[in-house]
Design a binder for this molecule. Structure first.
Ligand SMILES: Nc1ncnc2c1ncn2[C@@H]1O[C@H](COP(=O)(O)OP(=O)(O)O)[C@@H](O)[C@H]1O
Ligand SMILES: [Mg+2]
Length: 159
């Protein structure tokens, strides 16, 4: 389903709304060009899961763990992942699937596809407009709950 955000705050709110439906074992895959708002979205999800720490960019560590209210939250930024990081790459799937929720920017860099996931694709529009496509996969009855919660942000359908 497609949603419209007109500000950073609104993207944060959309992400927060999704985040309230995430449980341990879930992954959020964040797609979109540099500056699209993937990190903003990750922070919104993390906040909903009780992360109090300020989330900086994990670019230099590839992954930064945080304490959530009931389980850990991991923030991945795989933008700089390269062939030289083979060792990290081999342990990546385990890290992503560990207890808690994984929020992953640039998942295409590692070709990861966790079974229970939310695919989020953020497209830049004019100025501060962002079109955010959110697709829950293998989340069973939570999918309907998520769609219902996000309904206020739905993009107007063009006829
Ligand atoms: N609607 C919006 N949603 C998210 N970010 C926005 C929006 N409008 C403007 N911005 C700005 O775009 C930038 C997004 O940065 P960031 O989340 O780090 O992008 P990414 O992680 O995708 O590279 C921020 O500077 C933010 O203030
Ligand atoms: Mg980012």
């Amino acid at each position: 389903m497609r949603y419209v955000s007109k500000s950073e705050a609104e993207t944060h709110q959309i992400a927060f709304t999704l985040g309230r439906h995430l449980v341990s074992g879930d992954c959020v895959l964040l797609y979109g060009e540099l500056g699209a708002g993937k990190s903003v979205f990750a922070r919104g999800c993390a906040r909903a899961l009780g992360v109090k720490d300020v989330m900086a960019s994990p670019s230099f560590t590839l992954m930064q763990p945080y304490d959530g209210d009931v389980f850990p939250v991991r923030h991945f930024d795989l933008y700089r992942l390269s062939g030289e990081d083979e060792l990290y790459y081999s342990g990546l799937e385990e890290q992503i699937g560990a207890e808690g929720v994984s929020l992953i920017e640039w998942p295409q860099q590692a070709d990861v596809c966790p079974p229970v996931r939310v695919e989020v694709d953020i497209e830049k529009g004019e100025n501060d407009v962002r079109i955010i496509d959110i697709v829950p996969v293998n989340m069973e009855n939570r999918e309907q709950e998520i769609f219902a919660a996000l309904r206020p942000f739905e993009a107007e359908t063009q006829n």
